[in-house]
Design a protein around this ligand. Structure first.
Ligand code: XMP
Length: 329
């Protein structure tokens, strides 16, 4: 792909121009395509002056930390420090129901952790890292900060994506956003030029605030996160087994903080409702819901109800974007 080969060379020039020859860069890896490609790109440009960090915020999917860490180390040879900050995040989110507030708290915690990591790195290197890499894409930029003349103003901002703007004034790290002019498919092409494994490039997008935007309301209530992880894993595994993973832009489960009446055996149950959402999309800005065949849905619902304690009802979200967004919060 000539165009992306040019983009790659231009990016490397820009990165080397921005980052002085003895400056150090921090990159937060989320386990998604964007931050992985961004890190690989920066690594190619500046080598070992890149320092990656992976934060477990307690809002990751089933076994995600183990899975992504092994891929970073085994396949990509990226130097990554793994920080378990689950308790820190979840204690700050306790009792918080407002979606924007949840996003803001998570964004703030991420920044605080990066800042700490930078301080520790400073001790180790004897000098302070100066840059922070973010895998922001073009659609994130236009949704959070619409271009002039688009007819959308800041008051129309749809959701405060934690990874765009909003950095505190005392933040001592400068931002590098090497993907900010690219759409998702371009990032994947760039990644394949950079030899990022296919399994990584084809991963569905996952939001920075993680499962917090998929547990409606207070994420710490009951065992919502645990239930959601199990349902999500069954859904995604079924999609993979059916060979549908690559035809779907994004698929996930949502946990609703309501209970419905059901019956299992002779027992009346009063358990949670979960929602399955799968969409097709070009760039995440608009989306259509994905049409599963009946047998697939029957099997998934049976597996979920038989295997996940605390769930007695499964719904499918068949709303496109617009009017709905992809995530529920
Ligand atoms: P929405 O829900 O805004 O999602 O229609 C569009 C795409 O963006 C992802 N998304 C996020 N990604 N930080 C991210 O990095 C976020 O805060 C965030 N919120 C939504 C979403 O998963 C979908 O792919």
């Amino acid at each position: 792909d000539w165009k992306m080969q040019d983009v790659l060379e231009e990016e490397i020039r820009v990165i080397n121009g921005m980052v002085g020859s003895d400056e150090h860069v921090i990159c937060a890896l989320s386990g998604g395509v964007d931050s992985t490609v961004a890190a690989t790109l920066i690594h190619k440009a500046i080598g070992d002056r890149l320092h990656c960090v992976f934060v477990d915020n307690g809002l990751l999917r089933y076994k995600e930390r183990e899975r992504v860490m092994s891929t970073f180390e085994r396949d990509l040879h990226l130097p990554v420090t793994c920080i378990d900050a689950s308790e820190q995040f979840l204690s700050k989110l306790k009792g918080v129901k407002d979606p924007e507030m949840k996003r803001k708290i998570i964004g703030r915690e991420f920044i605080a952790i990066f800042d700490d990591f930078a301080h520790e790195l400073e001790q180790k290197l004897g000098k302070r890292p100066t840059f922070l890499v973010q895998g922001t894409l073009y659609p994130d930029v236009i949704e959070s900060c619409p271009p002039p003349g688009s007819g959308r103003t800041h008051s129309h901002t749809i959701k405060s994506h934690h990874n765009v703007g909003g950095l505190p004034k005392d933040m001592k790290l400068k931002l590098i956003e090497p993907l900010k002019l690219l759409f998702k498919d371009e990032v994947r092409t760039l990644g394949s030029i950079l030899n990022v494994p296919d399994s990584f490039l084809k991963r569905h997008p996952f939001p920075g605030p993680g499962l917090a935007v998929r547990v409606l309301g207070d994420v710490t209530e009951g065992n919502a996160l645990e239930i959601l992880r199990q349902v999500d894993e069954i859904f995604i595994q079924s999609i993979r087994d059916a060979g549908l993973y690559d035809s779907i832009w994004q698929a996930f489960a949502v946990f609703l903080p309501v209970q419905s009446v059901g019956v299992q055996g002779d027992q009346r149950t009063h358990s949670h409702v979960v929602v399955l959402r799968a969409i097709t999309s070009e760039d995440g800005m608009t989306a259509d819901w994905y049409y599963f065949d009946q047998k697939f849905l029957v099997d998934v619902v049976r597996k979920i109800c038989n295997n996940v304690r605390g769930v007695n009802r499964v719904c499918q979200d068949i709303t496109s974007k617009p009017p709905a967004t992809v995530e529920w919060e």
